[in-house]
Ligand binder design. Structure first.
Ligand SMILES: Nc1ncnc2c1ncn2[C@@H]1O[C@H](COP(=O)(O)OP(=O)(O)OP(=O)(O)O)[C@@H](O)[C@H]1O
Ligand SMILES: [Mg+2]
Length: 513
């Protein structure tokens, strides 16, 4: 039943008895007066009686109405308070009690509508909670840093990865706090880029560094885009930061190796140019060799004649012998120069290093004496023989002695050592060291001294001595190294492998004889 019908029934129930008694009283009064001719006093008396009855009936009717109204009101109140419960449930999202108002249709309908709304709200709320949970899980486990900012660009959320990369807490990152994580060298630039992106409503994208309190620097790729609500209104920004430190390191390593390769290519180019110059020099020398060889041949001829006619005990015999040997060496050097551009095979034979050292020191003894240089040699007593080209080895040692002598213009010491080095990764070796106490080699020159035409002796040297030495030693399967300290002296070390032998020869004993 509707509320309006309830109220109408209530008023009707209260007024109906009074109306009935009033009609009955009026009818009685007229009937008594006109039909019976009863006196007015008797009629009034009767009327009073009737009025009393009417009053009693009215009072009873009124009491009945009030009782009915109370009962009805109670039911309405219960319905309304049930409704209020539903409304409260809606407001607080708590479950509401059922509304016990089977007869109050509007309230029931309203309560039902409320209940339906509440169910829908609860479903929405559940969906919201689920999507919040998904967002939380996603942001917590995402391998990138995530941040949310308002329209001003102030942060109100950062995820776990963001905190790990910056070593800041969520609280510290809030507002403009995140800016403190930026590397001081990148800070102004990134803030300016961030502001520009916000003002122009453009996506933000930049590479920058975070500097952690412990000094760790992390390279990051940051990007952000507008965040819109369901009405497509921009309400803030969502962004990510990805760690690109590894990428940056790889880039840097690549750049360095590129630089190194370029340097090496330049060096190679220089060497090629130098060897080109060497080839040209070889051509020039080839044409000159004939002219040199003739007078040299004459000198050699005379020296040999005189040598054969001189008694070995004569004081000139030794000098003539040296002239003979040196002219031969000159002849050979001319040939070496010619052959430098056209590699020559080494003529390997069993060689006694001790003998070569003694002989070559004798060859330069005059220079040593003139420059007040004291020469010493220390050779292992059981040094094995090796297969080598004796003349080429002599050429190497003489070149090195002459360089050492040049480095000691006011005297000094020259020490030649030879010993066997136990087998390492490159096998057993003989090491010949030539140490001087000269002025040494500048650090900047050290990498260049084996390049053709590098010479610090501007006018005196051609800068071919060491390249020739290196080439000869390489042809013997060995290597040559240098150690030098400017102002203190230098040591050149020649490493010759014990197992280097001509292919046609079987492996033979290389122990000393
Ligand atoms: N023992 C040393 N002490 C100091 N500097 C040295 C020594 N040996 C070599 N050098 C430096 O290395 C440079 C190159 O030596 P290299 O023997 O190739 O040429 P050179 O002696 O200048 O000329 P060349 O040997 O062709 O006459 C020298 O000019 C010198 O500066
Ligand atoms: Mg030299």
């Amino acid at each position: 039943m509707k509320i309006r019908a309830h109220l109408f029934f209530l008023v009707f129930a209260a007024l109906l008895p009074i109306l009935l008694f009033s009609v009955a009283l009026t009818a009685l009064f007229w009937h008594e007066q006109y039909s019976t001719g009863v006196s007015q006093g008797a009629i009034e008396q009767s009327l009073w009686d009737v009025a009393l009855v009417v009053a009693a009936g009215g009072t009873a009717a009124l009491f009945l109405s009030i009782t009915l109204a109370w009962v009805l009101g109670k039911r309405i109140t219960r319905a309304v308070s049930g409704l209020a419960g539903v409304a409260r449930g809606l407001a607080t999202a708590q479950p509401a009690p059922p509304v016990p108002t089977a007869n109050v249709a509007e309230i029931n309908e309203t309560a039902d509508a409320f209940g339906e709304t509440r169910k829908q709200l609860q479903a929405c709320e559940r969906q919201l909670r689920e999507s919040e949970e998904k967002f939380r899980t996603l942001t917590t486990h995402a391998p990138v840093g995530i941040f949310l900012s308002d329209l001003k660009g102030d942060y109100y959320f950062v995820n776990r990865n963001w905190c790990a990369v910056s070593r800041m807490t969520v609280e510290q990152a809030r507002g403009t706090g995140w800016q403190r994580a930026l590397h001081p060298e990148d800070r102004d630039r990134v803030i300016a880029e961030w502001r520009a992106a916000l003002q122009q409503g453009l996506p933000f994208s930049s590479e920058f560094r975070f500097l952690q309190p412990n000094g760790t620097v992390t390279w990051l790729q940051g990007s952000a885009a507008e965040l819109r609500n369901s009405h497509d209104t921009v309400v803030g920004y969502i962004g990510t930061i990805s760690n690109i430190t590894g990428l940056k390191r790889a880039e840097e390593a690549m750049r360095l190796s590129e630089e190194k390769l370029r340097r090496q290519a330049q060096e190679l180019e220089q060497q090629l140019i130098a060897s080109g110059r060497l080839v040209s020099l070889g051509e020039v020398t080839a044409s000159m060799a004939h002219e040199f060889n003739n007078p040299l041949g004459i000198v050699m001829g005379f020296a040999q004649d005189m040598l054969s006619e001189t008694d070995p005990s004569s004081q000139h015999y030794q000098s003539l012998k040296i002239i003979d040997e040196e002219t031969r060496r000159c002849q050979k050097i001319i040939q070496e120069l010619l052959e430098f551009a056209r590699p020559k095979n080494t003529d390997l034979g069993r060689t006694d290093i001790k003998q070569i050292i003694e002989k070559t020191l004798t060859l330069v003894s005059n220079h040593l004496y003139k420059q007040k240089i004291e020469a010493t040699s220390v050779v292992d007593s059981n040094l094995p023989h090796i297969y080598a080209d004796v003349q080429q080895l002599e050429q190497v040692l003489v070149n090195l002695y002459l360089n050492a002598i040049d480095a000691m213009p006011i005297g000094g010491g020259l020490k030649v050592e030879a010993k066997r080095q136990s087998a390492d990764t490159s096998g057993a070796m003989i090491v010949i060291s030539i140490t001087d106490t000269g002025f040494g080699i500048d650090d900047k020159d050290l990498p260049k001294i084996f390049l053709p035409f590098f010479s610090a002796r501007k006018r005196k040297g051609l800068g071919l001595g060491l390249p020739i030495c290196e080439r000869i030693i390489k042809n013997h399967g060995g290597r040559i190294e240098v150690e030098s300290r400017s102002g203190k002296g230098s040591t050149f070390r020649i490493f010759l492998p014990l197992d280097h032998r001509p292919e046609r020869l079987p492996e033979t004993d290389t122990r000393p004889e």
